[in-house]
Design a protein around this ligand. Structure first.
Ligand code: HAM
Length: 423
């Protein structure tokens, strides 16, 4: 009988992110921190675990996310908890829990982190995925919508995404939507028997959801259904017109897409998605919109809000396709020491260089010079610093440029500023 232990793998739909890819993830996040800070957003970190009711009440009990995709379990004390499938509900919960509305003014918050949805995994779709998102709470102004989109576009361009489309729509508000839903229900009466089972159910429970059905055979039917954009009340219409004229004034291209109702129930007025041609089937990189009623749905005071979430996994795929940002964490120097006596000074130099922020590597096992230079090459070190008996005696170390092969002698104290000049 073999006593070999079966290896344990990562859970289906989850994955390990490894270097050097994680370097690209970090650089994308660093750009988000920079761009969002410039627009005066502050970072919020909310828990990954929330009460299940938070998502049922906000995302909507009849959405795919809540009905089929949440990781929900009973805690030991019988409380129903859920791994967050998205973060907008959590941000609004935190905003209410900490009474941020009492501070007046608007709040601009952003987040970066993992979300969980039990979807069928495929390229660009995972069960644990990551979002970079931003939310503005406390303003109804359509110019805030425009500014949010402007920031989003700036961020995408900063990380090298050029080919994308901004799809835009308005889903109206609780005043004008019921009228549209009646029209939609009536139109669905005739066609729903020919549609998929989900649409037949949604036609009764939540007809708006029919519009984002992905079943191929239903698409021509959906195309002919009445459009919400033609049924907005005057205030919603004016809001939408201000958004589009604001986008035009700032030279931001968009495409009005009447079917874009999004898969979450909290939206009002502006909804949008950004798609990228580089991505294949899972081409939505960003989703977002306004949610002026969400605070009240969660028991808070009326607080308009708008935001977006970027799917970071998909963004990274698009960034890799655009090949502007690349995974790279350049190693400034590899320090080679020859003979026991050189180990302590070599370690001291490595420590000093690292303390100055330079990326430096050393091996602690003795090696022949040829092998050590091979390691420097393999690690793609920009310089090799060689410390042997002669260098110790002379008080100057060999610094070899690994790209040109040029070599010079520098005193230990001069090496940091020399290297810094190269990076
Ligand atoms: P969402 O459209 O559900 O919106 O998700 C936003 C983005 O997250 C999607 O466009 C996609 O890039 C990414 N995403 C979603 N599911 C997966 C998955 N299974 N695997 C990989 N990526 C995925 C929201 O989550 C809203 N909270 C957006 C929002 C913020 N609305 C207002 N504020």
């Amino acid at each position: 009988m073999s006593n070999r232990v079966e290896p344990i793998c990562s859970v289906k739909g989850t994955r390990d992110l490894l270097p050097p890819d994680t370097n690209l993830w970090q650089r994308v996040e660093a750009e988000a921190h920079r761009v969002f800070a410039a627009y005066h957003y502050g970072e919020i970190r909310t828990p990954i675990l929330e009460e299940t009711a938070l998502f049922a009440r906000s995302v909507g009990a009849d959405t795919d996310i809540v009905m089929k995709e949440m990781y929900t379990f009973r805690d030991r004390d019988e409380e129903s908890l859920t791994l967050r499938p998205e973060a907008t509900a959590s941000v609004v919960r935190a905003y209410l829990e900490h009474s941020l509305y009492n501070q007046g003014g608007i709040h601009k918050l952003y987040y970066v982190g993992p979300m969980f949805r039990r979807e069928r995994p495929q390229k660009g779709r995972y069960r644990q995925f990551y979002q970079i998102g931003a939310e503005v709470l406390g303003s109804q102004s359509p110019l805030v919508d425009v500014e949010v989109l402007e920031m989003l576009v700036l961020f995408l361009e900063r990380v090298g995404i050029r080919e994308y489309q901004l799809l835009l729509n308005s889903v109206g508000c609780p005043k004008c939507r019921p009228e549209y839903l009646d029209v939609l229900r009536q139109a669905l009466e005739n066609v729903k028997p020919t549609m998929c089972a989900d649409c037949q159910r949604r036609a009764e429970t939540n007809p708006l959801r029919v519009l984002d059905c992905k079943v191929e055979a239903d698409q021509p039917i959906i195309e002919k259904l009445p459009k919400i954009i033609d049924h907005l009340d005057p205030e919603c219409r004016q809001h939408f017109d201000c958004v589009t004229s604001g986008l035009q004034a700032r030279g931001l291209a968009y495409q009005v897409t009447p079917r874009l109702v999004r898969g979450l129930d909290y939206y009002t007025r502006t909804t949008f998605e950004i798609t990228s041609g580089a991505l294949g089937a899972q081409n939505a990189v960003v989703g977002g919109g306004r949610y002026d009623g969400l605070s009240e749905m969660l028991g808070g005071p009326p607080t308009p809000g708008i935001g977006f979430s970027i799917g970071q996994d998909r963004l990274i795929l698009a960034v890799q396709a655009a090949a502007v940002l690349k995974s790279e964490a350049p190693l400034a120097a590899y320090v080679v020491w020859m003979g026991e006596a050189a180990l302590a000074p070599a370690s001291r130099l490595v420590r000093e260089l690292r303390a100055q922020g330079l990326s430096v590597e050393i091996d602690y096992d003795p090696m022949k010079i040829k092998k050590a230079m091979g390691v420097a090459n393999k690690l793609q070190a920009r310089f090799a610093i060689i410390i042997g008996e002669g260098e110790l005696a002379g008080g100057r170390y060999q610094v070899k440029d690994m790209t040109t092969g040029e070599q010079q002698e520098l005193s230990p104290g001069a090496i940091a500023s020399f290297l810094k000049g190269k990076f």
